[in-house]
Design a protein around this ligand. Structure first.
Ligand SMILES: *Cc1c(COP(=O)(O)O)cnc(C)c1O
Length: 355
């Protein structure tokens, strides 16, 4: 199978094998990972190592804390403003696609949202080139990669004066960024770093404690930091799969190596799209995502024929998101270049037949 799923998505086969083994017999204990307590000598090192590996791979600042929380990235849409945005305060957001729009909607429950830049009027095809930043905003939120619309910030606006908050759900661990300069980073694990059920949150502790509301324990980052990311039972299996994936990233050469491979995969795909006029990529060339490539077939009557050819060759997950249609090919860290070679060969052949 060539797995181009958008999420949950492809994981390294060695990760899947080790995860299966841990379910049968965890670290030679004779017990399954699923039947041991989380406050034990068996599990505590898993949480510790996972947090440490994130710190190491992303080269974080000592003031940044690493947490593994429940609830998917969607919970962060509310947890971020609940912790960082006072009720009379303002937060600046960019609107670059479905995911940032959802984050904006949730933030409006807690304070005022100002749109610093938007791609909405252009149909989410281009990252805004100029920003109108309110210097009194508590933070500036952006979605580094829009998984559905296939847009990605290639040049991040790092020089803003307010703390940066980023949803990195679909491009975490795929490219080198100055992660130590972010106030808060969050990412659901199931796109690029593991199984569904856990979120990575990296938060600079100096930003906390300024919102003027009482925050329920499970929503309060300070409580999670105090309890070393174990206020309650963590999603043990998802944390373990994240640990295995983080170890794999490190063994392969870390984030720089992931970036190199990601550039190879996406370059091959976009070159093929641009060389075959039956296909069309709606996204401005400079803003195309290296993780999720979206495209259409100009003659919609042959869309189904293309989808059928892909299915016959064992290529799965290429259908576009239900809200935008067309096709979407996800090129996450674990996807071998050979899968992209196979797909682009098929695309070239299809283009010749229908050119
Ligand atoms: C998938 C995705 C989310 C939502 O993740 P859940 O874990 O399903 O809540 C949020 N942001 C981005 C960019 C995503 O790709």
């Amino acid at each position: 199978m060539h797995n181009f799923n958008a999420g949950p998505s492809i994981l390294p086969s060695t990760v899947l094998e080790a995860a299966a083994q841990a379910i049968r017999n965890f670290n030679g204990s004779g017990l399954s990972l699923l039947e041991i307590g989380h406050r034990t000598k068996l599990f505590e090192p898993v949480m510790q190592e996972a947090r440490q590996l994130v710190r190491e791979l992303m080269q974080l600042h000592p003031d940044q804390e690493v947490l593994f929380l429940h609830g998917g990235a969607s919970t962060q849409f509310m947890q971020v403003p609940m912790n960082l945005l006072p009720s009379n305060g303002k937060a600046a957001y960019t609107d670059t696609g479905i995911w940032s729009a959802k984050a904006i909607k949730e933030a409006t429950h807690f304070g005022t949202v100002e749109i610093a830049g938007s791609a909405k009027d252009g149909g989410y095809r281009e990252i805004p080139k100029t920003l109108e930043m309110d210097p009194t905003a508590q933070y500036f939120h952006l979605t580094t990669n829009e998984t559905v619309h296939g847009l990605q910030w290639q040049q991040l606006p790092l020089n803003v004066e307010v703390p940066l908050v980023a949803d990195m759900s679909s491009d975490v661990l795929s490219r080198t960024l100055p992660f130590d300069r972010f106030g808060l980073i969050y990412a659901g694990a199931q796109k690029n770093m593991g199984a569904a059920g856990v979120n990575l949150v990296v938060v600079n502790k100096n930003l906390l404690g300024k919102a003027d509301r009482r925050i329920p324990t499970m929503m309060d980052y300070r409580e999670h930091i105090r309890e070393a990311s174990m206020i309650n039972t963590p999603p043990v299996f998802a944390v373990y799969v994240a640990l295995l994936t983080l170890r794999w990233v490190k063994e392969q050469g870390g984030i720089p190596e992931m970036e190199k491979r990601s550039r190879q995969r996406s370059q091959l795909l976009y070159e093929t799209l641009d060389a075959c006029p039956v296909f069309e990529c709606p996204v401005n060339a400079a803003d195309r995502s290296r993780m999720n490539a979206v495209f259409t077939i100009k003659d919609s009557r042959i869309e189904e024929a293309f989808a059928n050819r892909c299915a016959a060759e064992g290529m799965i997950g290429i259908k576009g998101h239900r809200s935008v249609g067309g096709f979407r090919v996800s090129l996450y860290n674990a996807l071998p270049l050979e899968s992209v070679v196979a797909l682009t060969n098929l695309m070239k052949e299809f283009a010749r037949q229908h050119g």
